[in-house]
Ligand binder design. Sequence first.
Ligand code: COA
Length: 185
Amino acid sequence: MRTEELDRLLFPMAPGCMWIKKLNEMDVSLEYVTWLNDPEVTQYLECRHQKHTLESTRSYIRNLTPSYMLFGVYLEYEMIGTCSLNAIDRVNGNAYIGLMIGRKDLWGNGYGTKTINLVTDYAFKRLHLHKVSAAVYSVNPASIKAFEKAGFTCSGYLSENNIYNGRYINAALYEKLNRTGEVLN
Ligand SMILES: CC(C)(COP(=O)(O)OP(=O)(O)OC[C@H]1O[C@@H](n2cnc3c(N)ncnc32)[C@H](O)[C@@H]1OP(=O)(O)O)[C@@H](O)C(=O)NCCC(=O)NCCS
């Protein structure tokens, strides 16, 4: 375990403190697997096309490639969801964000927006990426609202990009640029 993670566990956290950490297979709990199999949580996520178990989820994490980073989202000491940076392109400095607040009872409290801010910060400050994007189902108002509240702008649509309830729907492309990053000419 890295020192930074140990520090978080050893020292008291401020009430309501949120943080993210890279997931490893030992972080996979039955609750996490329940989220992955919950049709309400995953209705706008591609992971809904498979059935998940403790073993399949651990194996998924074991086999992640360097272009895909999966994080646990923590509220104080409790994991309440996950987020990711995927399709990380270090040459062009960009990546896509994914997120899931698995604890449905916590939806609508700003945790989704805060998670987007945390993973964007990680992408810009730790990985020094230039841009993060998210392809959001156009029928997912909570996610669209959360990305807008996190300062992302809609740069267009990927037409008929995903199957939802048996029909093709558009994905809205939300993006944020790292304006503090160095511009290389
Ligand atoms: C999308 C998701 C991350 C949002 O998390 P959250 O913690 O509820 O997000 P926030 O509270 O920061 O913001 C959500 C906003 O959407 C609003 N909202 C929720 N449902 C809505 C609806 N049906 N119509 C309009 N607005 C809606 C909320 O009221 C809130 O806005 P407010 O702060 O002005 O009240 C969460 O619902 C989730 O994990 N869903 C399942 C997985 C998923 O869809 N992930 C996104 C993939 S791109």
